[in-house]
Design a protein around this ligand. Structure first.
Ligand code: HEC
Length: 141
């Protein structure tokens, strides 16, 4: 009897451990970069020359395809583009939370799909956890 209740206890403990694992920190490269790629980088990529030979500058000076660009921020936002630990003060997070009709809403209405609620939550959590880039250095362009 003793060992049966021990097994029951261990089983209950391992079931409880599952939700704890879901609380892992957000991985930038796996969870955040794909959102940026799908919804931001079309307009916010480091200055480069496209196939037609045209020089493309990042909109508002905000390059979101490198650690340096994201840290430096844009023309108006500077280092408040991302304020580590403070999503509510981070322009990148604030811009995706604005109603689509707002002039500052990102991505601009009709130009790319807005973020889903799950994506907004991930972005918020990533910034709240310190906006760490892990091993990611820069997107190869
Ligand atoms: C279709 C092009 C386009 C896409 C896609 C886009 N943006 Fe922008 N973004 C702009 C333009 C244009 C501006 C500057 C004018 C403005 O504020 O409307 C801007 C400005 C910004 C600024 C202010 C930067 C500063 O310092 O002034 C932030 C922050 C920003 N975008 C974040 C984002 C995020 C986050 C995404 C993806 C979710 C995104 N943008 C997607 C075109 C785009």
């Amino acid at each position: 009897m003793k060992s049966a209740s021990l097994i029951a206890t261990l089983t209950a403990a391992s079931l409880l451990a599952v939700p704890a694992r879901a609380e892992e920190p957000v991985n930038f490269e796996k969870a955040i970069l794909p959102i940026f790629e799908a919804k931001c980088l079309k307009c916010h990529t480091t200055e480069h020359t496209d196939e037609a030979g045209k020089v493309k500058k990042p909109k508002a000076g905000l390059a979101m395809d490198s650690v340096a660009g994201l840290t430096k921020g844009g023309k108006n936002t500077k280092e408040t583009a991302i304020v580590a630990g403070k999503p509510e003060e981070s322009a990148i997070y604030k811009s995706v939370m604005l109603p689509p009709s707002d002039d500052d809403a990102m991505p601009p209405e009709g130009k790319a799909d807005p973020l889903t609620d799950a994506e907004k939550e991930l972005l918020k959590k990533w910034i709240a956890e310190g906006a760490k880039f892990g091993d990611w250095k820069e997107k190869a362009k």
